[in-house]
Write a protein that binds this ligand. Structure first.
Ligand code: CTP
Length: 468
């Protein structure tokens, strides 16, 4: 029988095939097989046997057994690229399936042939390689992986990632992926310490990218020493393995969480405001723990002196009314946790100019008016009420009784009650003692750090969501 390859088809047919394949999420080859099978079925299935795929000639990867973790290794252009060949072996030793992309610069240091021989399949190099696009395509490369490892991650690749560039296969895949990314930076120590690289690094870490290395030591250039050596393949493989197993412990993957945190500032005039002692530490720790558990997290934060948690969308507000607006905009979410110490009142007669002292005159009268109750507003919504609405109760007396009362009054599902009397050191401090109040009763938690409270809460939320 005469053989016909997809490449021999005319351009119009190829385009149609590409479109059909993209719509159905199949490779072009698979799409052709599907069409031919359907045609064979119409003919009574007589031709089904001969059109089964010829196993030997295809460069496609063999099917991966269920449960096997997949790493897409992106090799950047640096002298450390030669170590990435060893990294492929180290990953495969651990039972990890490896695919590989070489950047153009990487091809100056290692060849697609040597990397391909170790990976055991075609290595990808070109965004516009017609054969590559036919077989896999950059979107599938980005999706069909559990982790992307960039090793060596050059200063240039990091800059492109931080800026969201996508002008070659490696950067397009990095931009298109939902998988976690592990960078193993390697560069000259001065390039590493350069402010631009450090700026890019800070951005990437804030975006949730994980790092291994760089290490300190001799550089390839004679006489050069410092921080910039790529981590050893064994270290990178261990870091990858850790991230892959953490992936299995991402119980909130695919869930949307909203957290409020910090105090609110309610203006008296353009320079003065009413505030409280909340530091935002507990709310920020919850947002960080939720992101680590795989959730898509929006943190609406009042004014705090804390860094933004990694991998979290942070919306900064000042007042209770701005906080309510930001919270409503973030809906719908699966779970909402209200950890902010929202000011109950604002000044009704806020001055548009700085209020002046006037000799002999009485002190200004500040009339207060009530702020919206954000927790109660969201918990009582008819539409888009989160599946789980969780509040805090900051109390200085009758903690449990007041918290039970708040649970009912605010219409939320759980309340985390804590005693914020000054002698407890909870407000502004690093630890917290919680009593979890639900419709079922009160559960005292041990005194622990705010991070541990956050981890415990996230574990409870994950269990609750899994149950319902
Ligand atoms: N809360 C809110 N909006 C407000 C006030 C409080 O969303 N305007 C939320 C807090 O984030 C917290 C819960 O309500 O989750 C309870 O806050 P708390 O300060 O303990 O109680 P208040 O409602 O302010 O009541 P009180 O001051 O009488 O204790």
């Amino acid at each position: 029988m005469a053989s016909l390859t997809i490449r021999q088809l005319d351009e119009r047919l190829k385009k149609l095939l590409r479109l059909r394949a993209a719509r159905s999420g199949r490779s072009v080859e698979d799409e052709v097989r599907t069409i031919l099978r359907a045609a064979a079925d119409e003919d009574g299935g007589e031709a089904a046997e001969p059109i089964s795929p010829p196993a030997s000639k295809s460069p496609r990867r063999p099917a991966i057994a269920p449960g096997v973790k997949r790493v897409l290794l992106i090799v950047g252009g640096g002298i450390a690229a030669y170590k990435s060949l060893d990294l492929i072996r180290r990953l495969k030793e651990r039972g990890i399936a490896v695919r590989c992309i070489l950047t153009k610069a990487a091809e100056h240091f290692v060849t697609p042939l040597s990397a391909g021989a170790l990976v055991g399949e075609k290595v990808f190099t070109d965004l516009f390689d017609p054969a590559g696009e036919f077989d896999v395509g950059h979107i599938r490369l980005a999706r069909e992986t559990d982790l992307i490892v960039v090793a060596p991650a050059t200063a240039d690749l990091m800059a492109k990632m931080a800026g969201g560039h996508a002008n070659d296969l490696a950067t397009a895949v990095l931009l298109a992926t939902d998988a976690r990314i592990l960078l193993a930076p390697a560069m000259n120590p001065r390039m590493w310490s350069n402010k631009a690289t450090q700026r890019n690094l800070a951005q990437l870490v804030a975006d949730g990218v994980a790092l291994v290395g760089p290490n300190e030591g001799e550089m390839a250039e004679s006489g050069e020493r410092g921080t910039g050596r790529m981590a050893e393949p064994l270290e990178i493989a261990a870091a990858a393995e850790k991230l892959l197993s953490a992936g299995a412990e991402r119980p909130l993957a695919g869930k949307r969480l909203l957290v409020t945190s910090g105090p609110t500032h309610e203006p008296i005039d353009p320079v003065r405001y009413i505030a409280n002692r909340s530091s935002g530490k507990q709310g920020h720790a919850i947002a960080a723990a939720a992101a680590a558990a795989g959730a898509d997290v929006t943190l609406v934060s009042g004014p705090v002196n804390l860094p933004d948690p990694a991998g979290v969308t942070v919306i900064k507000v000042e007042t209770a009314r701005e906080m309510l607006q930001a919270v409503e905009r973030a809906l719908p979410v699966d779970v909402a946790i209200f950890a902010a110490a929202v000011a109950d009142w604002r000044v009704a007669n806020e001055g548009s100019q700085k209020i002046k002292k006037k000799a002999g005159q009485a002190t200004p009268d500040l009339t207060l008016t009530e702020n919206p109750d954000i927790l109660s507003t969201i918990a009582h919504r008819k539409s888009q009420r989160p599946r789980l609405v969780i509040g805090f109760a900051a109390e200085t007396e009758n903690v449990a009784a007041n918290a039970k009362d708040k649970l009912a009054r605010k219409g939320c599902d759980w309340i985390l009650a804590n005693d914020v009397s000054p002698q407890t050191g909870i407000m502004g401090g690093d630890s917290n003692t919680i009593q979890l109040v639900t419709a079922k009763g009160i559960e005292p938690w041990p005194p622990q750090t705010k991070q541990d409270v956050a981890a415990m809460l996230i574990a409870r939320i994950a269990a609750e969501i899994a149950r319902s």
